[in-house]
Design a protein around this ligand. Structure first.
Ligand code: SGN
Ligand code: CA
Length: 534
C-alpha cells in the first residue's frame, strides 16, 4: 500500500470509528414505566414473601436494582402521577388532590421526550380528569376505571372492551409494541395498572386462588392509636369500622340486610351492584361460585363472632381479594417481560416497576394510604437496565417519585428544565452512591376534608426520624424515632429526651420548605382554593 492509499485507508477507518461511536452514543434507551395502583411493597416477594410470591415482578430486581427506601411526596393517586410526570411537588404543579383536573400547562417529561424524538405511548390508569399530553398513542381508563369489561378513553372516543382490566392493558401494550412501534426511534411506554386498587376484584382465574388461605396478621392489626395524635385516631380507614361489607368484603346486599349490617360509605351497595352488574353471565357464575359460599359461611358464623373475630375475618377477606388482583398484575408483567426478551428489546431498555404510593395491608388496623406513616409513604421501586445497573443490587438511599422525570430525561440525553425539583437517579443506578447528597425528603398531603378523613399534614423524613405537622382543624406535631420505633407507635415530640432532635428537625423542615418553595401562604391558598394552580 503506498502512502496515499495508506492515509486514505486510515482516514476511512477513523471516520468509520467516529460513525460507530456516534451511533452507539445516540442509541438512546427505551423507557418502560410500569406502575400499579396501590401496590404495597409488603405484597412483592422481592421485599417480603410472607403474603404472596410475585416471581415476575421480582425478575426486575434480579436483573437490576431494588430500592428499599423509595417513597412518595404525597401519598395519593393522581397527585403522585402529577409529581412523576412534572418532576415537581404537588404545591408547584397544582395537583394537590384527586379532585380537581390536572393543569395541562405543566410541562411533563413525556412531552420533552416526544419533542426529542421518542415515540410515546400510555396504557391504563391516569386519573387526571383530562387526557395526557405528549403521547403519540394512549388508551386510558376513565377516572378509577373498572376491573371487568372496562371502558377506555382513546383519542377517537370511549370504547367498552370485554375482558379483565389487567389483561386488557397488557394486550393493548403488546399490540402497540408488536404493530406500531417505530424501530428507528427509542420509545417511552407507560404501562399503568388499575389493580390492586379498591374494590379488589381478581380475574376469574384468580377468584379462588387465595380464598382458601389464611394470611399472617400484622402485629399492629388491633392498634388502638394511643401514643399517636388526633389524626391517626380520627382517620376513617379501619378495616373493622370503615370498610364496606358489600363492595370491599363481597357480601351481597341481601346478606348485609339479613344480618342488619350497614356499609360505612353510603356508596357501598351502589358500587357492589354496579360492579356486579358489569359482569357477563359467565363472569357472574364464577363470581357467585366464589362468593356465595363465603356469604353462607359468614351468615352461619356471624352471630357468634366478637369484634376481634370480625376484624380477623375482614383482614383475611381483604387479603384474599387484594392478593388475587396482584396475581393478575404479576402474570401480566411476566407476559410483557417475556415479549421484550423474545424480541431483543431488553438490552437497551430501562424498566421501572413502582406504585403510585404504598398501602396499608392491615398495619395499624388500616387499609388505604395518605399518611406520611411508613406503609403508605414507602413505595416499591425496582429498576433494570442491563449493562448499566448491576444485577441483583440493592439501594438504601431516600429516593422519591419526584426523581423519575429527571432520571428519564438524563438517560435520554435531554436537558431537564431548571425548575424540576427532583434528582436524577442515574448515579445511584450506576452504583455511584457517593454522588448522592440528599439526606432528607419533604412530604405534603392535602385531601382533607375528604374520603378516609386523613388530616392535612406535611413533614420531613430522614433516615432516623420523621417530624410531621398536622394542620387545618388541628395544630399538632408528631415525631417518630424510626430506628427505635419502626412501627411508629410512639409520638416522642413532647419527650424531653428528644428536645434537641426536635429543634434540629424544625430547622431542617423550614429549610426544605424554602428549598421546595412551599409556604404558609400556599397552605392557606390550597385550603381556600382546593386543587387550583396559584
Ligand atoms: C376511592 C376509594 C377510596 C380511595 C380513593 C382514592 N373508595 O374513592 O378508598 O382512597 O378512591 O384512591 S371506593 O369505595 O370507591 O373504592 S386513589 O388511588 O385513586 O387515590
Ligand atoms: Ca393509588
Amino acid at each position: 500500500m503506498n502512502t496515499l492509499k495508506r492515509t486514505a485507508f486510515l482516514i476511512f477507518c477513523g471516520l468509520a470509528w467516529i460513525k460507530l461511536a456516534f451511533a452507539q452514543e445516540v442509541k438512546r434507551p427505551n423507557i418502560i414505566f410500569m406502575m400499579a395502583d396501590d401496590h404495597a411493597y409488603q405484597a412483592i416477594s422481592a421485599y417480603d414473601s410472607s403474603l404472596i410470591q410475585t416471581p415476575n415482578i421480582d425478575r426486575i430486581a434480579k436483573a437490576g436494582m431494588l430500592f428499599t427506601n423509595a417513597c412518595v411526596t404525597n401519598s395519593i393517586c393522581a397527585p403522585s402521577r402529577a409529581v412523576i410526570l412534572t418532576g415537581k411537588h404537588s404545591h408547584i404543579n397544582g395537583k394537590i388532590d384527586n379532585i380537581s383536573p390536572f393543569d395541562t400547562t405543566n410541562i411533563t417529561f413525556p412531552q420533552l421526550l416526544q419533542t426529542a424524538g421518542y415515540q410515546t405511548a400510555m396504557f391504563g390508569k391516569l386519573h387526571f380528569g383530562n387526557n395526557p399530553k405528549g403521547f403519540d398513542e394512549f388508551k386510558i381508563l376513565p377516572g378509577q376505571g373498572h376491573y371487568y369489561n372496562p371502558d377506555f378513553i382513546t383519542p377517537e372516543g370511549t370504547v367498552k372492551v370485554e375482558g379483565y382490566v389487567t389483561d386488557l392493558i397488557t394486550d393493548m401494550t403488546l399490540d402497540w409494541l408488536e404493530n406500531r412501534r417505530e424501530e428507528d426511534k427509542p420509545f417511552l411506554l407507560m404501562y399503568l395498572h388499575k389493580a390492586p386498587h379498591r374494590e379488589w376484584e381478581p380475574a376469574e382465574r384468580h377468584l379462588q386462588e387465595f380464598t382458601h388461605r389464611t394470611f399472617p396478621e400484622p402485629p399492629t392489626l388491633f392498634d388502638d392509636y394511643e401514643g399517636r395524635g388526633t389524626a391517626a385516631k380520627t382517620a376513617q380507614m379501619n378495616l373493622l369500622k370503615h370498610m364496606n361489607w358489600t363492595g370491599d368484603s363481597k357480601l351481597y346486599p341481601a346478606t348485609v340486610e339479613e344480618l342488619g349490617l350497614r356499609d360505612f360509605e353510603k356508596w357501598g351497595t351502589g358500587n357492589f351492584n354496579h360492579n356486579y352488574g358489569r359482569l357477563n353471565e359467565k363472569q357472574k357464575i364464577n363470581w357467585d361460585e366464589t362468593y356465595v359460599p363465603i356469604n353462607e359461611a359468614f351468615k352461619r358464623d356471624f352471630p357468634e363472632m366478637d369484634s376481634s373475630q370480625l376484624m380477623q375475618w375482614r383482614y383475611q377477606r381483604y387479603m384474599q381479594d387484594y392478593l388475587g388482583t396482584i396475581a393478575g398484575v404479576d402474570e401480566n408483567v411476566g407476559r410483557l417481560l417475556d415479549y421484550l426478551e423474545q424480541n431483543g428489546l431488553m438490552d437497551n431498555t430501562i424498566i421501572v416497576y413502582t406504585s403510585d404510593q404504598g398501602f396499608y395491608l392491615g398495619e395499624h388496623g388500616w387499609f388505604d394510604k395518605r399518611f406520611i406513616y411508613d406503609e403508605s409513604f414507602k413505595t416499591p421501586l425496582l429498576v433494570q437496565w442491563p449493562g448499566k445497573i448491576a444485577a441483583g443490587s440493592q439501594n438504601t438511599k431516600m429516593v422519591q417519585n419526584l426523581d423519575f422525570a429527571q432520571t428519564f430525561l438524563e438517560a435520554a440525553g435531554v436537558n431537564a428544565p431548571a425548575d424540576m425539583q427532583g434528582e436524577s437517579l442515574i448515579p445511584l443506578l450506576q452504583g455511584n452512591d457517593q454522588e448522592w447528597t440528599r439526606e432528607s425528603v419533604y412530604y405534603h398531603y392535602y385531601e382533607y376534608p375528604g374520603v378516609h378523613a386523613v388530616k392535612r399534614h406535611y413533614g420531613i423524613v430522614t433516615e432516623d426520624f420523621k417530624l410531621v405537622k398536622f394542620y387545618y382543624d388541628v395544630e399538632e406535631w408528631e415525631l417518630y424515632d424510626r430506628k427505635n420505633d419502626p412501627m411508629e407507635l410512639r409520638n416522642v415530640y413532647h419527650d424531653p429526651a428528644y428536645a434537641e432532635t426536635v429543634k434540629i428537625l424544625h430547622e431542617q423542615l423550614s429549610d426544605l420548605r424554602i428549598k421546595y418553595k412551599d409556604s404558609e401562604e400556599l397552605d392557606q391558598f390550597y385550603i381556600s382554593k382546593s386543587g387550583k394552580m396559584p
